[in-house]
Structures are given as C-alpha cells and as structure tokens.
Unconditional design. Structure first.
Ligand SMILES: Cc1cc2nc3c(=O)[nH]c(=O)nc-3n(C[C@H](O)[C@H](O)[C@H](O)COP(=O)(O)O)c2cc1C
Length: 151
C-alpha cells in the first residue's frame, strides 16, 4: 500500500513554495508543496507541516506566515530551504525582507496569512491560515516538482 501510494504521489505536479515565519528571536524558511487553497470567504490556505520541522518553533495561533510561491528560476532557493542549509543560513541571499512575517521579495507571488488553526494529524500538522495580504508578479512560471525532480 505505502509503495503504491508513494508511486502515485511521485506522478503529481506539485507547485513549490517556501513557507516563512518568524518571532522576535528567530526566523525560519522551509520548502513545502503540501499547500492548497481552502476557502474564499474568508480567503484561506492550508499547508501540511511535519511536526519535526524547525519552523514549528515559531508557528502558533495568531502568528503570521508567508507562502512564497517560487518561480522556475528559483530551484536554488527550494534546495537551500529543504536541507542543503539550516536555520539562519537559509536567509543568506538579499531577496529576503525582514517584515512580520519575513518574506521573499522576488517570488512569483506572496500569500501572507495569519494562523487560525493548527490541526495535528499523525506525523504532520495542518496549518490553516487566513489570507491577510497578497503580492503577485502577474507572471505564470511556477517551479514544479514531479517524480523527484524540479521541472
Ligand atoms: C519539493 C519539496 C516539497 C516539500 N514539501 C514539504 C511539505 O509540504 N511539508 C513538510 O513538512 N516538508 C516538506 N518538505 C521537506 C522540508 O522542506 C525539509 O524537511 C526541510 O528541511 C524542513 O526544515 P527544517 O530542516 O528547518 O526542519 C519538502 C521538500 C521538498 C524538496
């Protein structure tokens, strides 16, 4: 069952985001693809985050986060934020803006949210966020992950 499940998941075309969030002491950014829109009224998003991910240290009810939708040319950022670097080293390029929340200025789009609910399920939590602000470049050239590689 698990093998077939993984095999089917590998066939999906997944849009790649970097989830970013911070508190007064630390900031975090991690590559995510378990992202979906949830409702229009209110505008809301959901994202699945592993309970062991370090960003959980700063995600709490009413805190802010940003879903930075990556462009095709930003595979290096996806790599940096999924393991080649850790913690603060993920913020070494100057495209990051220190705001509340911290966000990537050069992303295809930025979806700024406030955490409404954190729903634990097994190894992951579903973070439900109400959309508070949007930035959109108007371009449609997202970074896609499929079959274990970026397209
Ligand atoms: C394309 C791609 C998509 C990913 N999507 C998710 C995701 O939706 N949720 C998740 O918890 N981890 C996801 N990961 C794994 C995290 O990016 C990775 O474990 C990261 O290093 C976690 O951050 P940490 O090292 O600061 O804990 C994904 C990785 C890649 C390469």
């Amino acid at each position: 069952m698990e093998k077939d499940f993984l095999e089917i998941l590998r066939t999906l075309s997944q849009t790649v985001f970097v989830l970013s969030a911070n508190n007064d002491q630390e900031r975090h950014a991690m590559t995510v693809s378990s992202v979906a829109s949830l409702s229009l009224k209110p505008p809301s998003m959901m994202v699945g985050v592993n309970k062991e991910a370090s960003i959980n240290e700063v995600l709490e009810k009413n805190s802010n986060f940003c879903l930075n939708l990556l462009k095709k040319s930003q595979q290096n950022i996806a790599d940096t934020c999924s393991g080649t670097e850790e913690g603060e080293k993920r913020f070494t390029n100057d495209l990051w803006v220190s705001d509340n929340p911290v966000y990537l200025s050069d992303a295809q789009s930025n979806i700024f949210c406030k955490v409404i609910e954190i729903i634990p399920f097994s190894s992951h939590s579903i973070i439900v966020g109400e959309v508070k602000e949007l930035k959109h470049s108007g371009k449609i050239e997202p970074l896609i992950y499929q079959d274990g590689k970026y397209l």
